[in-house]
Design a protein around this ligand. Structure first.
Ligand SMILES: Cc1cc2nc3c(=O)[nH]c(=O)nc-3n(C[C@H](O)[C@H](O)[C@H](O)COP(=O)(O)OP(=O)(O)OC[C@H]3O[C@@H](n4cnc5c(N)ncnc54)[C@H](O)[C@@H]3O)c2cc1C
Length: 406
């Protein structure tokens, strides 16, 4: 059996590593010609780390990132609403890790090349479509040297939110934009709060900022590389273009007065090394991912708002589940159907919850109750137990509520 994996991102590479462990042959086809350390930060929750541990790369990832100690929620006046311990500090066997996205990707890529062989991770192959018959699938590519077609027993589309294969299966497929734009950057800064704190400030209605460290002592002077993401929702916002560099003047006005005694947010934005712009987009959950010998996984199957640090975990769980099904079921179409049956329901719930009740709903709720002003006594509006329940409810939907086994 040969499996063609289209897309060498988080899901595609996790899938290749999972298949390799089960002795199933595969090839990854990635459109970029060169793998580089791109992007900014990403947070790996304990259930993502569980998947990486099963692939034997958890220690390497932890060593390159920062283990989070706590998650903190503040209003836009810098007042603490709620905080809770995270990862091992909350009793999980595995940590929650903030890491540079490029380092995560390179770690997966290097592991795949080392274990499967460089000839199995094929770059410069942009998939343009698939055609299947009773015995297999032809996968069509554009490469620098022209068009090429490969034959496989199954094709797994791990080609991300703008998946070409999903578009072929669902020609009307489009991303859904509900008016939330984001800008991301990284700033060298002295450690904020504990130096291991994942911080959400404000709400998408009046301006939200997510802040967490991804590299310790980046300059030999004790500064950390701080990842930040600004988010704002508006009725008339034009969708940001994810291919463009971001411009500070497009969003700085929202944060210019955010100078708290524990952080000068405005200065952190001004001192950013780079700014990227993204639209916050997802897609409505599908009823079907598997069509004979073709299926979808990762963001190609269930792109979700990045509001719960959860997309990579879901892609990695897809990868393990699909590899298990292929190892167990007698026929490829049955394996792909069994995978869909196991994963479509749970991931659809996460997609919808990330729209309606993501973790930062804690900040939105407090802003609704208190109004857009500082509070004197938060307990008059909502208790810490109620806030904890909101956080715990999200963990259940996303699949990392305690006691998640490590
Ligand atoms: C702003 C932002 C912040 C996020 N933060 C977090 C976070 O903190 N924690 C978390 O867990 N998740 C986070 N996510 C989500 C996470 O990044 C995704 O869920 C994850 O990257 C999905 O992996 P994937 O492999 O499915 O897709 P991708 O990582 O997008 O990989 C797709 C791959 O397919 C390749 N490709 C595309 N088209 C083709 C083609 N036609 N032919 C061949 N190759 C192709 C691409 O080049 C790419 O390498 C965030 C997402 C965004 C946008």
């Amino acid at each position: 059996m040969t499996i063609a994996i289209v897309g060498g991102g988080i899901a595609g590479l996790c899938f290749a590593l999972n298949l390799h462990r089960r002795g199933i042959e595969c090839r990854v086809f990635e459109r970029v010609a060169l793998v580089k350390e791109l992007g900014v930060g990403i947070t790996l929750l304990p259930h993502a780390m569980r998947e990486f541990k099963a692939l034997g790369i958890d220690a390497e990832l932890e060593a390159q990132g920062i283990e989070n100690l706590e998650s903190c929620f503040y209003n836009r006046f810098g007042q603490l609403i709620y905080k809770e311990p995270r990862g091992r500090y909350a009793g999980y066997e595995l940590p929650e890790v903030g890491i540079h996205r490029g380092r995560l990707h390179l770690t997966l890529y290097n592991a795949a090349v080392a274990r499967l062989g460089a000839d199995r991770i094929i770059l410069d192959h942009r998939c343009t479509g698939v055609t299947q018959d009773a015995d297999g699938v032809d996968v069509h590519f554009e490469t620098a040297n022209g068009a090429r077609t490969m034959r496989a027993d199954a094709v797994i589309a791990c080609d991300g939110v703008n998946s070409a294969i999903r578009k072929q299966l669902y020609p009307q497929d489009e991303v859904a934009f509900a008016g939330i734009n984001t800008w991301r950057g990284v700033t060298r800064h002295k450690p904020i709060l504990t130096g291991r704190s994942y911080i959400r400030v404000g709400s998408i209605h009046t301006g939200k900022m997510v802040i967490y460290p991804i590299v310790h002592d980046v300059d030999g002077q004790g500064n950390q590389l701080i990842n930040w993401m600004a988010e704002i929702q508006g009725d008339n916002l034009i969708k940001n273009d994810w291919n463009e560099a971001g411009k500070i003047e497009d969003f700085y006005h929202i944060y210019k007065d955010w100078t708290f005694d524990w952080l000068d947010v405005a200065a952190m934005i001004r001192n950013s090394e780079m700014v990227l712009e993204y639209p916050m987009v997802d897609k409505d959950p599908l009823d079907q991912w598997t069509f004979g010998r073709i299926t979808l996984a990762g963001d190609a199957a269930h792109p979700m708002y990045p509001r719960g640090s959860n997309g990579s975990a879901q892609g990695a769980i897809d990868a393990r589940t699909l590899a298990d099904c292929l190892a167990k079921e007698s026929s490829v179409p049955e394996a792909l159907k069994a995978y869909e049956a196991a994963r479509l329901g749970p991931t659809s719930k996460v997609v919808l919850t990330n729209r309606s009740n993501p973790p930062d709903f804690i900040n939105i709720k407090v802003e609704e109750l208190v109004g857009d002003k500082p509070f004197d006594d938060l307990d008059r509006y909502i208790t810490q137990a109620e806030l904890q329940k909101m956080s715990d409810d999200y963990k259940k939907i996303a699949g990392f509520a305690l006691p998640t086994p490590g």
